[in-house]
Write a protein that binds this ligand. Structure first.
Ligand SMILES: Nc1ncnc2c1ncn2[C@@H]1O[C@H](COP(=O)(O)OP(=O)(O)O)[C@@H](O)[C@H]1O
Ligand SMILES: O=c1ccn([C@@H]2O[C@H](COP(=O)(O)O)[C@@H](O)[C@H]2O)c(=O)[nH]1
Length: 204
């Protein structure tokens, strides 16, 4: 089985997970989703409040491991992916088994920054959402789901998230095959991607 590898990149809170979920709902067990975030290095020795961690720099991820595991999935082998906690900045001791599937979706802010990772994708999608909308979404999400305070989201955003977005994420947009404006619930774009996936499934 040759899997179709789809990369979904875009700034924080642009709608990457939302799009990946829409595709998963449409194709169910034919889709496996991986997040680059699972591959964050362990930073449990720092507290988020220390403001010393730059989670938005390309060196924060163990990207070589993601590349290795994607190559295994692509040839039909199951992998044991890392498990990361946003609440403690920790790579946990346990791993999680991920089975191969005809469609493998990877999502992450910086996927198209790395040459060797970028070239693995059969389809590269960049979800493009205005910075003010993304910031508002991130504030709500991080307070609700990632145990953060407004002050910590604000200072992290100004210190690292915004400058790294401008330096690394935004330029990587031009590596994409498709750029989706108003990310998340853009029905026309989502329908086009669904059609592309159906074409692939018909061929295998
Ligand atoms: N089109 C949209 N309209 C309103 N809220 C959205 C939309 N797309 C995503 N969201 C919300 O914004 C937050 C971030 O979206 P998410 O898909 O998780 O982004 P990402 O994976 O890029 O960080 C989530 O709370 C999600 O429910
Ligand atoms: O421990 C962590 C790990 C990551 N982050 C932030 O997460 C976003 C990437 O996730 P999205 O779902 O794409 O928003 C990135 O901007 C990191 O700053 C974190 O805060 N803590």
């Amino acid at each position: 089985m040759s899997s179709l590898l789809i990369g979904i990149a875009g700034g924080t809170a642009s709608g990457k997970t939302t799009l990946a979920k829409i595709l998963k709902d449409s194709f169910q067990d034919k889709v496996t989703i991986l997040k680059h975030d699972y591959y964050y290095y362990d930073r449990s020795h720092f507290k988020v409040a220390d403001h010393k961690i730059n989670f938005d720099h390309p060196d924060s991820f163990e990207t070589d491991l993601l590349i290795k595991q994607l190559k295994e999935l692509k040839i039909g082998k199951a992998i044991e992916r890392p498990v990361y906690s946003y609440k403690t900045n920790e790579r946990l001791d346990k791993t999680k088994k991920v089975k191969p599937a005809p469609i493998i979706i990877v999502e992450g802010i910086l996927l198209f920054h790395y040459e060797k990772l970028k070239e693995l994708f059969d389809l590269k999608i960049y979800v493009d959402t205005d910075a003010d909308i993304r910031l508002l979404r991130r504030i709500s999400r991080d307070i609700k789901e990632r145990d953060r305070t407004f002050e910590s989201v604000k200072s992290q955003y100004l210190r690292t998230v915004k400058p790294m977005h401008q330096k690394y994420v935004e330029p990587s947009k031009y590596q994409a095959d498709i750029i989706i404006p108003h990310g998340g619930l853009n029905e026309i774009a989502n329908d086009l991607i669904i059609k592309k996936i159906k074409d692939h499934l018909r061929q295998i």
